[in-house]
Design a protein around this ligand. Sequence first.
Ligand SMILES: [Zn+2]
Length: 210
Amino acid sequence: MNKEIYVFELHPREYGFSKSKKGWEKKFPPLSRKSQFKYTFRADKSMISVYRQRAKQMHVDCHAYKREYARNNTYRKKFMEKHPPIAGRYRCWYCGKRCRNITVDHIYPVKQVQTDERLQRKLKRKGIRNVNDEKNLAFCCEKCNKKKGKTIGNYPRKAAFGKHEMYWVLVGIVRIFIILIVIGLCLCFLKPNTAVGQFLVDLFRKIKIS
Ligand SMILES: [Zn+2]
């Protein structure tokens, strides 16, 4: 059996399970303890199933995942160093808003990747080695962060485009172009004496009649 390093988290407090209750710790022989209810150890998949079962019997919620899918403490700093702000502002890769305070978002949410093996395979195919891989990170404004929550949706595509500053320049040009067309059309309707204006007014009448 292939042994890998797993992180095993227990969430006893959620179930009113206190540390003082004897014997709970012996049921999960950890190799190293990260924090009070968090362990890392080398095990195979079948062992994880046994631990899950034990936790269930003790009415303790647990969460187990491979260590490579654990969130680390340095991804944010490294990412911000690699993508410095332009004129003191960062660009949200999802909506294009520029702001001074920005969050670094996991495009594929950490907990989902930890628990979904299909998603893990998908990430590997995309060349994303772990959840903190730069390819799984995106700048995200507060509003988009709230909106996105734990969903994936169309966000990988948004980030793929949004990370290029040129994309937002093009979006800006297209927006200006649309505004100019709308203003032009309004002027034509207000001044129907012109050929284009007359054409639009006639067209509008025909649509209305039909
Ligand atoms: Zn945004």
